[in-house]
Design a protein around this ligand. Sequence first.
Ligand code: NAG
Ligand code: NAG
Ligand code: NAG
Ligand code: ZN
Length: 462
Amino acid sequence: MKTSLSFILFFLLTISIDSIIVDATCWEHPNPIKPFEKKISSICGLQKKTKDKLKAEVGKESQKDEVHSLAANEAFKFDFSCGVPDKALCTKAENAFKSAGEIIANVINLVTPVTVNATFTDFCKALNECDGSILGAASAARSIPLLDDDKVVRQYPQALAKQFLLDPTPQWGPFDIQAFFNAQADLFFKGDGVIKKNQFDFEYIILHELIHGLGFASAWNNYFSEQPVALTPDPNFLEMITELSQPVKFTGFEENAFDKYMVNTRVKGTPKRMTEFTNEINSFAEIGTDFPSVQALLNAFGDSRQFQTSSQLILDGQTPKTMAFQPRNASLNDLVFLETNLKPFRIGSSISHMDIKTFDNDPDFLEVFNAKPGQTLDQVLKATGGKAPIGPKLKSVLETLGYATNENPNPYRPTLPSDSQVTPSQIPIWKSTNNQSSSATSLTSSFNVLSLFVIVAFTLSF
Ligand SMILES: *[C@@H]1O[C@H](CO)[C@@H](O)[C@H](O)[C@H]1NC(C)=O
Ligand SMILES: *[C@@H]1O[C@H](CO)[C@@H](O)[C@H](O)[C@H]1NC(C)=O
Ligand SMILES: *[C@@H]1O[C@H](CO)[C@@H](O)[C@H](O)[C@H]1NC(C)=O
Ligand SMILES: [Zn+2]
């Protein structure tokens, strides 16, 4: 182990010391069912190297050890808490985790183990989620801001950031993924014999949720109202706020790693990167503007020309085939359409899933928003003609995000941002060409910005 000094970075710290992330924040997501508990990491710095240490390492560059990927059974570490008294059920659930971890690790080559805080519990008792519709929920336990090659800093899930072997190493949180599974659901486990009509294959549910935790998660969401009114990336600037009357500094809506590859296909044949929309929306006020209150910020946003953009996007988010993930090297024929069929927009199900109409009966069924009752994972595979639970398109999404596979051993890697790279001026100011009447919608913030991605039990027919 290298000895190194560590620096603690506080929210919006703007000092300039080499190799410290400036103006960037790591986020903790301790509970995917109660996402309003999302909070700023108390530590989000880099292990800073001393100058001597750096000099000593210069000569060693060439003899760096080759990195080997982990064996499938060592790639995931589950810290499993079983909240039900039935020991046999707990054992079956734990085995399903191991098996799901191996399925993923056989497709992507992990060099750093992925740690999962997995809880199997009665959602009604533990979380007051009693309608039984949510089978599982997961999110990245911590996200780390990294600089992409388009000069935008995005939040990367810790599980992915760890694979990049960044140097110096960021300070990691204890877990990469937080996951909850509903022990009240009627679950099927391997070895149970024949699946019953209303049972859900637990391994399938775990796989689906782990993929969210690995980064199949957009920051584009409906954050400001119960009704779908405005689609924006994550308004992280509201995160420490508890009252609409509090003053707030606008630091910009923030994207996730996933969003770098998202495109809007409203205009057929000419997909537009969602990041362009982020830039538009972020130009409603100058980055760094102090607002006297959250309500003043929301009013200004609601009255802005840019708000029209987010209002149109929330409509797109409810219109089939208007949003897609474009894998690296993929042509326009190979877009992975995302879930924009749900109307009204459903937080946790819309966007951060694959389009159910396209993929429900396709080898890439795994990341559609609802689970399939009465079919085991093997039966679904057989029915869809799939070869493995992670279908070819899902695999290309993971490769694009930065996971290595046998076929793509050297994926794209973002870098650590440094103060000189992260400046608000890099956010292009979007100039409006025509003035539209301002919107009458008054925005509120419910302060429970959702960042969970769930798999649900009900089925919809289209
Ligand atoms: C792990 O999850 C449990 C919920 O089951 C939570 O209470 C605990 O704080 C989590 N641990 C960490 C380190 O986040
Ligand atoms: C995209 O193409 C480049 C160059 O041909 C290749 O190196 C890279 O592995 C490809 N990426 C993916 C995800 O297929
Ligand atoms: C838009 O509105 C601004 C301020 O209200 C005004 O200065 C500008 O001339 C208007 N532009 C157009 C194209 O109408
Ligand atoms: Zn999901």
